[in-house]
Structures are given as C-alpha cells and as structure tokens.
Design a protein around this ligand. Structure first.
Ligand SMILES: NC(=O)c1ccc[n+]([C@@H]2O[C@H](COP(=O)([O-])OP(=O)(O)OC[C@H]3O[C@@H](n4cnc5c(N)ncnc54)[C@H](OP(=O)(O)O)[C@@H]3O)[C@@H](O)[C@H]2O)c1
Length: 332
C-alpha cells in the first residue's frame, strides 16, 4: 500500500477532528498534520480529547507546503468554513506551482466552495464511485445533500412529479463555534424547521438529479433536532401505477447492491446505528400509491469525514472500505 502524507486545513473543527480520527486508523497514512489559526501550537487533543494518547501532533498556524511537497503522495483535506478555501485558492495554487506540487496533490474539500464547479469531481461516493478513481480534486457533498441524494437517486427514472423531503440534523451540523442554533439550553429540548424551502444544499441535489435524468421539483424542509450527531431524512412521492412496497424495495436493493456502506433495513433506519461510522441506513415504505424513503446517517461520518476518506481510498486506487470498517458504539 502506497504511504500518503496528509495535511488537514481547519483541523480543530468537528470535520477536522473526525478526519484526524479516521485517518489515524488508516493503514496508508504515513503522517498527519493539521492547521488551525486560533489553536496554533496546541496539541490535537486540546480540541479533540477523544484523540489523546492515540493521535500525536500539534495544530500549525499555516500550511507548510514545502514539507508536504517532500511527500511522494501528498494529500490535502480542507475542512474550512464555507468560502475560505475558494478565497485562498489563488495563493495556494501559486505556492504549489513553485514547489511542483499542484499536479501531484490530491485535494478533498469538505465545504460547498467547489461542489458546483465542473473542474472538480462531485464526491457522492455511493452514486458513481468510479468517477473518484485517480481524481485529484474532489468536492465532498454536504451532509443533508448526501442523505437526500441517497434517498432520491434510485427513483430518478420513475421521474415522480413531486417529492416532499423533510430532514432533521443534529447540532454538530453547525460546526464547533457556539451559536444560537448549537447552544445546548436553547436546543436540547426543542425541534424546529429552518431555511424552509430554501436550504443551500438544494442546488447540488437538483444538479445530481438532473444528471440522472430527473428534473425534480423538490420541496425540502430542513429541521433542527435535539441530538448532537445525525441526519434523518424522509422523502415522500407518488408511486407509478401498480408499484407496491416489494418493487420499491427491490429497486433500492438493486441500486445499492455493491455499496458496502449502504445498509437497507426493515422498518425505520436509526440515526444512532450509524453514529461514528461510514454507514448510511435506508428504509422504504409504500401504501395507497404513495412511497416513502427514509435515510439515517452521521452528518460528521457518511455526511462528511468518512465519505471524504472513502473518496480518498478510491482516488488512490485502494479498496474503498480501507480504514473505514468501523462500527460506532451502541448505544451511542
Ligand atoms: N458539521 C457538519 O456536519 C458538516 C457536514 C458536511 C460538510 N461540512 C462543511 O465542512 C466544513 C467544516 O465544517 P466544520 O463543522 O468542521 O466547521 P468548524 O467546526 O467550524 O471548523 C472550522 C475550522 O476552520 C478553521 N477556521 C475558521 N475560520 C477560518 C478562517 N477564516 N480561515 C482559516 N481557518 C478557519 C477553524 O479553526 P480556527 O478558527 O482556529 O482557524 C476550524 O478548525 C464547512 O465548510 C462545513 O460547511 C460540515
């Protein structure tokens, strides 16, 4: 297995911490470094206490491109807030050009900055995994967008006239900086909708559905749930005439037949069963001409860092489950 050297931008955040956790268990990773402006010089475990004793290293103020350029297989993950990588991209490219790094560097961005950019591969790994093989620029999907697309793509050739989707997220979806939407007392016993019918993830979902041949009118109501990790999405739609639950389920079984990290379950998927893992669970139901698809996943796992590592595996030509065959705890 070819050893790779990894630099993570924004390593002190939730996505950065999850990347450190997953990559520390990855057999191809020879070295791990991470940047964070406000924690520079402090050990990784100062922000990520779960990594104490397992992942050595300190946050660095700036990326050390010269050190990364020494690697035969350099890899960059960006877990910066929306807009930051795009802002710094021209300066980064100039630095990489001087070090002959740009072409050799595999970049996986967790933000939305390049998800609609034709120069990047959209990293919805369980849809078209072959697109990731050898890719050097991968834009990892959003967490809601991952759940919605996993629910809707198997329906694309039925082209339902209308799909109504609700999806609830845990508080870690807003990142590590405290805000009104993550503060425990205002969130723990509440349940509310936000960005109703206008969530920014809709654009990437609609683009993928269009590529799959379905110009779906999508009605998406995101919700904020009293949990830390997890997304639970429900899509409802009219079924084609004569389609019962068996045919709906068979369609999902066929679509995800070879997808190790997609589990089809009887009844409802469970957020807690996917927590801390690279798995997404899907359940289906049908009655009286209406279908429902439910998806559960960890927003920081399949919805973010674990999907990014799955993408890295494919980009490097490794088996996609390398370093990812891990179950979360039960109960969480
Ligand atoms: N949370 C989720 O469920 C989720 C899921 C999928 C995708 N995403 C996307 O993944 C990215 C990271 O999300 P996150 O939840 O990990 O965020 P986060 O917890 O807020 O972490 C952001 C990281 O970026 C650094 N940072 C903040 N502002 C910066 C700036 N102006 N310049 C450079 N570094 C800066 C922060 O550390 P310093 O301030 O110390 O530099 C921190 O390390 C975001 O684009 C987010 O939209 C998040």
């Amino acid at each position: 297995m070819t050893p790779v050297d990894v630099l993570i931008l924004g390593a002190s955040g939730y996505g950065g911490g999850e990347l450190l956790r997953w990559l520390s268990m990855h057999p191809a990773v020879a070295s791990l470094r991470g940047t964070a402006r406000s924690h520079a010089g402090r050990p990784f475990h100062a922000q990520h206490p779960n990594l104490r004793g397992l992942v050595e290293g300190t946050f660095e103020a700036e990326p050390d491109w010269a050190a990364l350029a020494q690697s035969a297989h350099p890899v960059l993950f960006s877990a910066l807030p929306h807009g930051e990588l795009a802002k710094q991209w021209p300066a980064f490219q100039a630095a990489w050009a001087q070090l002959d790094l740009a072409e050799r560097l595999t970049v996986i961005d967790l933000s939305a900055d390049f998800r609609l950019d034709p120069g990047w591969i959209y990293g919805l790994v369980d849809w078209q995994p072959e697109r990731m093989r050898g890719a050097r620029r991968i834009a990892n999907p959003g967490c809601f967008a991952t759940a919605l697309q996993l629910a809707l793509l198997p329906l694309a050739d039925w082209k339902p006239a209308f799909v109504a989707v609700t999806a609830a997220t845990g508080s870690s979806g807003s990142g590590a900086s405290p805000s009104d939407t993550t503060h425990h007392p205002t969130r723990a016993d509440d349940f509310r909708a936000y960005k109703v019918l206008q969530h920014p993830h809709e654009a990437e979902v609609l683009r993928t559905l269009a590529a799959a041949g379905w110009a779906a009118p999508l009605s998406f109501v995101p919700q904020s749930a009293p949990m830390v990790r997890g997304i639970f999405a429900v899509a409802q739609f009219p079924l084609p005439a004569g389609i019962e639950v068996g045919a709906l389920r068979a369609r999902f079984e066929a679509f995800y037949r070879d997808r190790f990290f997609i589990r089809l379950v009887e009844g409802s998927p469970r957020v807690a069963a996917t927590s801390g893992s690279a798995f997404a669970e899907i359940g289906v139901a049908a009655r009286n001409g209406h279908g429902a698809v439910m998806v559960a996943l960890d927003n920081l796992g399949k919805g973010m860092a674990a999907q990014a590592v799955q993408n890295l595996n494919l980009a490097l030509g490794l088996p996609e489950h390398t370093g990812l065959k891990v179950a979360g705890g039960w109960p969480v």
